[in-house]
Design a protein. Structure first.
Length: 210
């Protein structure tokens, strides 16, 4: 099952576009309850989305988040949804910044077996660009030590890099250590090798279309 979890405010344009693009089996919208008046506007916007979901037979839900318990509530909901899905897209759109940031950070705090199912996506507002974050790769990258990060950075700067090119860019690292560290990076999936060339897997991508 494919689930879309998104922060939600008053604007329905981004989320309706994303539902159409992703075609998930389930949609969960997280909205911060800041006041009765504000939440009433959110409910009216959600009603339009629920009509769309019903018409294309997608299960949609609106989850109310108490601001004083934002972190715990978002973590609980996201963990529940990831456990029950094969893959989850966390879509950062709409709602207060505190909700958007909490949803992003919560995705990075999940256990490895859950994080491996998540991709974080954000769309440009007023410009045609999209950010995508592979959560598992991002977490793996944060775990490696300074020397492995140096090697990974050199590969990214070179692009398709041979062993010799990487060694020349990092002359302070012995060749035996370089071989061992590259093998470790290959095993974690942070680096791929094809035809004698090493390529770094980028956990964060920003694509813009003209």
């Amino acid at each position: 099952m494919r689930t879309l979890v998104a922060s939600f405010g008053f604007d329905i344009d981004f989320i309706t576009y994303r539902i159409s693009a992703v075609k998930p089996d389930r949609v969960v919208l997280l909205a911060l309850y800041t006041s009765r008046e504000a939440y009433s506007r959110i409910e009216k916007s959600y009603h339009l989305i629920s009509v769309m979901c019903n018409s294309i037979k997608i299960n949609c839900e609106l989850e109310s988040i108490d601001p004083s318990n934002t972190g715990r509530s978002v973590l609980s909901i996201l963990e529940r949804e990831v456990r029950n899905a094969d893959e989850v897209e966390v879509f950062l759109t709409g709602g207060p910044r505190i909700l958007v940031v909490t949803l992003l950070l919560t995705a990075l705090l999940l256990p490895d077996e859950l994080a491996s199912k998540i991709r974080v996506v954000a769309e440009g507002e007023g410009f045609n660009c999209r950010l995508e974050l592979d959560v598992k790769s991002f977490i793996e990258r944060m775990r490696i030590d300074a020397r492995s990060k140096e090697i990974l950075n050199k590969i990214e700067l070179i692009g398709n890099a041979t062993f010799g090119e990487i060694s020349r860019e990092a002359p302070d690292i012995p060749r035996s250590t370089m071989y061992r560290r590259l093998d470790e990076l290959l095993k974690t999936g942070l680096v791929e090798k094809a035809g004698g060339y090493y390529v770094a897997k980028r956990p964060l991508k920003v694509e813009c279309r003209g």
